[in-house]
Design a protein around this ligand. Structure first.
Ligand code: ZN
Length: 377
């Protein structure tokens, strides 16, 4: 199993200066390589491969000796990154996907990481040493497992530095086997409701920071471009953004862990269904990104712990079906928090009813799959 571990890193001003310099050199290489590709295309409609660009690195080092201090694999990765941006661009053109942006030249604030592969660095306990840069101290919040394949050094918009270790062969977490299953409905009012009637709301501190973020984003929009006030406002937005992101991640991890540890099978609804949802506390984009992040975490953690997360394909909007008698309430509006089934008279909480339906469809699907497997063997 693959896994990425992220840690904050600290060091002194001199080492940071060198890391900044690497970012600068990588960005300049990226922009130069992009320019080369564009020029070759303009001159004779030709193209140059990533491979040939990598083969030109020794010439680059000869012409610009400052590049000798940067690890070769780091420079290779810059060119591979550009290549990925190109391929993604042509893929989107081919598929005709929405707005298609051509790979852009990177401005000072738009290039914020470099990737170390096998050589030129060492992790020793909580110290990370990078050749020609220096030593960083890690805030080791949890132990790394598996084999480290790459280490990416990143400067976030807040000015804080992080390292991300991307690992292979991370062993699965052993949990006691569980045959319990549950359905989860991501809610309109609550963050989620499950088929046993538990509601989970996003914590108050998170909602407050989200509100603060939106206020600061609006203020940033009002500032004049290029002004000092705008620069300050942007830093403030970045800091708040990071805070919200961390708080939200903590919350999502906690909720996901709770479900993974208790249930063997978790049924979730396909997220598209929620396209039109409006939430009282959250803007739509925040809510959407929280849900997709939550499902992503559930999937990872399930894989890690040999649990199952099953996505229920889109069916007759689950909230409109009465979980008692199966009648469909076509009159149900998005704003109806509760409703009474006209067929059987049961009073429903909208989200709880939907969660029950999700669990039920999931269990039926599972039984069918089971029956098919039984008949085959
Ligand atoms: Zn009913």
């Amino acid at each position: 199993m693959k896994k990425t571990y992220k840690y904050r890193i600290y060091t002194n001003r001199e080492v940071l200066g060198k890391a900044e310099r690497w970012l600068f050199l990588c960005r300049r290489l990226y922009n130069t390589a992009l320019e080369q590709r564009i020029t070759i295309y303009r001159q004779n409609k030709g193209s140059i491969s990533c491979y040939s660009q990598i083969n030109q690195l020794p010439d680059l080092k000869a012409g610009f000796p400052e590049y000798r201090e940067v690890g070769s694999q780091v420079l290779q990765d810059v060119l591979e990154r550009l290549d990925r941006a190109y391929k993604a661009f042509f893929r989107r053109v081919k598929n005709g996907n929405g707005k298609v942006g051509f790979p852009r030249f990177k401005g000072r604030d738009r290039y914020d990481s470099f990737k170390l592969k096998q050589a030129g660095w060492k992790l020793d306990g909580k110290y990370l040493s990078i050749r020609n840069v220096g030593r960083f101290k890690l805030k080791l919040s949890r132990q790394i497992a598996g084999d480290i394949k790459t280490a990416t050094i990143r400067r976030e918009a807040t000015g804080k530095w992080y390292v991300c270790f991307s690992c292979d062969d991370v062993p699965a977490r052993v949990l006691e086997k569980s045959t319990n299953s549950i359905g989860i409905d991501v809610g309109i009012k609550s963050f989620l409701v499950d088929s046993e009637g538990n509601k989970v709301d996003s914590p108050k501190y998170l909602r407050q920071s989200e509100k603060l973020l939106r206020r600061r984003q609006r203020r940033l929009c009002r500032r004049v471009k290029g002004s000092n006030g705008r620069r300050q406002a942007r830093v403030l937005v970045a800091k708040t953004h990071e805070k919200v992101k961390n708080q939200r991640n903590d919350f999502l991890h906690k909720v996901a862990n709770q479900y993974i540890s208790q249930y063997g099978v978790i049924f979730i609804e396909d997220l598209n269904i929620k396209g039109m949802v409006r939430n009282h506390h959250l803007s739509k984009s925040i809510a959407d990104s929280s849900w997709s992040k939550f499902f992503e975490l559930l999937n990872w953690k399930a894989e890690e712990a040999a649990r199952e997360v099953i996505r229920i394909p889109r069916f007759e909007p689950s909230s409109k079906i009465c979980s008692e008698c199966g009648a469909v309430n076509q009159e149900l509006k998005l704003s109806d928090r509760q409703w009474v089934c006209q067929a059987c008279g049961v009073l429903h909480d909208r989200d709880f009813n939907a969660a029950i339906n999700i669990a039920r469809v999931g269990q039926t699907l599972q039984e069918q799959t089971y029956a098919v497997t039984q008949s085959v063997f």
